[in-house]
Design a protein around this ligand. Structure first.
Ligand code: ADP
Length: 186
């Protein structure tokens, strides 16, 4: 399956992606994790994006799109993937659409994780990543609302919304159930 996960910072996309990746047998590709790994390895790309991540702003599309293009070319993504954190705006979504179309593929679904903003601020402050300071979190939420949420209209008929408040297992079950009924429809 080729899936995109969308949801505000702290919606638990990364946690759910780990579970779904195991259950569905497709790689979890998180652009945030890819950037953080470049930063900790102090690669050229890492040095370039470090301050952007610390501010909670978006990395320029040119950098992000190329990083994703390379990652999707790895053979483990041939038969599917779970994209977490990409696309994050409609321009990235267009580029992803072109990349997939060039290989004769399409997305199966876009999973939206819905959660109230105030709940997630608490969760994120507890996590304590370097970009998990209240001010930076609020900025990332703002970026989500203006840049990323429009993807839900862009992908309209592919979107499956999941209530992301509750226990981790419960939320995974909701997501898997939604994906099973999607498969049954096909
Ligand atoms: P969260 O979902 O909690 O905001 P992520 O790990 O998905 O965290 O992303 C962390 C940061 O990485 C973002 O704030 C942004 O700076 C950068 N980033 C991740 N994905 C993208 C993307 N698709 N486009 C631009 N920047 C991105």
């Amino acid at each position: 399956m080729r899936l995109v996960l969308v949801g505000p910072p702290g919606a638990g996309k990364g946690t759910q992606a780990e579970v779904l990746s195991r259950k569905l047998g497709v790689p979890h590709i998180s652009t945030g994790d890819l950037f953080r790994s470049h930063i900790s390895n102090q690669t050229e790309l890492g040095l370039e994006v470090q301050s952007i991540l610390d501010e909670g702003a978006l990395v320029p599309d040119s950098i992000t799109n190329e990083m994703v293009r390379k990652r999707l070319a790895d053979s483990d993504a041939d038969h599917g993937f779970l994209l977490d954190g990409f696309p994050r705006n409609t321009a990235q979504a267009k580029v992803l659409g072109e990349m997939l179309a060039a290989a004769g593929h399409d997305l199966d679904a876009v999973l939206e994780f819905r959660v109230d903003e105030d709940v997630v601020v608490e969760r994120l402050l507890a996590r304590g990543r370097t970009d998990d300071k209240e001010e930076v979190i609020r900025h990332r939420q703002q970026v989500y609302r203006t840049e990323t949420a429009p993807l839900l209209d862009h992908y309209a008929d592919k979107v499956i919304s999941i209530d992301a408040v509750g226990e981790i297992d419960e939320i995974s079950e909701r997501a898997l159930a939604a994906l099973h009924s999607l498969r049954a429809e096909k």
